[in-house]
Design a protein. Structure first.
Length: 353
């Protein structure tokens, strides 16, 4: 293990801040021993704020129509191979009710940027879920919208919003997205969401095509500066019907190391062990928790549409019913000494009432 890197980990653990160059140094010197030290520090921080509790969010992937054309994503507009679907309001409500009965106190309404649902449709769905389950926290993950739309959803009762920034480097952003998409707009949306009062989730792909350790270091510095309430990260995984079909997928290790660093940067953060991490490694999600993650996001979408929401190839859990995933995750989490709780799962210090 590189001794300077170990010293940097200790500095990060104590001060919760490093420079971009220091993060870059850590990433360049990552090895199994350094990963172990980082995950031990991270686990201690996680336990201080969340004990052995793991929060769960029920993911409802309600539409795979998308107006965007991100080069890495399987549901991009130009993928004519993708069989498109939209869930009706009744179907979405049914998913949320199933989720409530399974013990979920947060649902995430996630979809492509599909403007077939008007703002009023989205608001109606939010209000309907809140009226049947008042203690359900509603998270949205429906991309870039106007401030007025974000405000309308908030007034209807949504309290969290996930919008990954994808990369903190505008130049890399431009290599991963067509020109019509703007890094600045993505960042402005995150700021707007925070101003409105949402708990905000940012996030990035790890080992995306062309990404350097310096790019990842910029992501870590962004997390340090912006302090999102949540941060979703996972390895890039190629999808055969995208322009990046031939690009190499990431592995689990760099994501695991980044999870530990993020836990040290912002100990109270909500940090999911993502499906992408579970896809590249059969025990990726458990390893993610042991590296500092404290959230899992199983799927509540009807099994009939699961396999159509393929952002990347070989996505796990496309055949299992929600209840099966819940049982599976409970077993996995218990096996490593943690416990899934029935709780809205707010960021420590944040109240959704
Ligand atoms: N590999 C990994 N993650 C991906 N995402 C989209 N496509 C891929 C892929 N091929 C991630 C993006 C997006 C989130 C919903 O899924 O970060 O924000
Ligand atoms: Fe879905 Fe294990 S979590 S099958």
């Amino acid at each position: 293990m590189d001794i300077n890197a170990k010293n940097l980990l200790e500095k990060l653990n104590n001060n919760h801040a490093l420079s971009i160059d220091e993060y870059d140094y850590l990433l360049k010197h990552m090895d199994i021993d350094l990963m172990n030290v980082a995950s031990e520090f991270a686990r201690i921080k996680q336990r201080q704020h969340y004990g052995n509790k793991i929060f769960v969010r029920g993911l409802i992937e309600f539409t795979n129509f998308c107006r965007n054309n991100c080069y890495y994503c399987g549901i991009r507009r130009d993928n004519s191979d993708c069989e498109r679907y939209r869930l009706s309001k009744a179907q979405i409500l049914e998913c949320a009710n199933v989720g409530y009965d399974l013990g979920f106190r947060t649902v995430v309404l996630q979809g492509g940027e599909d403007f077939a649902y008007t703002d009023e449709d989205i608001c109606e769905i939010i209000r309907a879920i809140k009226s049947s389950n008042p203690d359900m926290v509603i998270t949205l993950s429906i991309g870039e919208r106007s401030r007025a739309s974000y405000e309308a959803y908030f007034n209807a009762g949504a309290r969290r919003y996930l919008l990954r920034h994808e990369t903190a480097n505008p130049e890399l952003y431009a290599k991963l997205h067509p020109q019509e998409m703007s890094w600045q707009n993505r960042m402005d949306c995150l700021q707007t969401l925070r101003e409105i009062g949402y708990q905000v989730g940012a996030g990035f792909m790890v080992e995306s095509p062309g990404q350097t350790t310096y790019d990842l270091a910029m992501d870590l510095k962004f997390i340090q500066d912006f302090k999102p309430d949540m941060c979703g990260i996972g390895p890039y995984i190629s999808h055969k019907e995208t322009p990046f079909a031939k690009e190499t997928s990431g592995g689990a290790d760099t994501t695991l190391f980044c999870l530990s660093l993020i836990r040290m940067i912002y100990p109270q953060i909500l940090l999911p062990a993502t499906t992408a991490l579970g896809t590249v490694d059969e025990h990726g999600r458990e390893k993610g928790i042991l590296a500092g993650a404290n959230v899992l996001m199983p799927n509540l979408s009807p099994t009939s549409v699961r396999s159509k929401y393929t952002l990347y190839d070989n996505k796990i859990c496309t055949g299992e019913e929600a209840a099966e995933c819940v049982t599976c995750l409970r077993n996995r989490v218990t096996a490593i000494g943690y416990e899934i709780v029935e709780d809205p799962g707010n960021r420590s210090g944040f109240n959704t009432n």
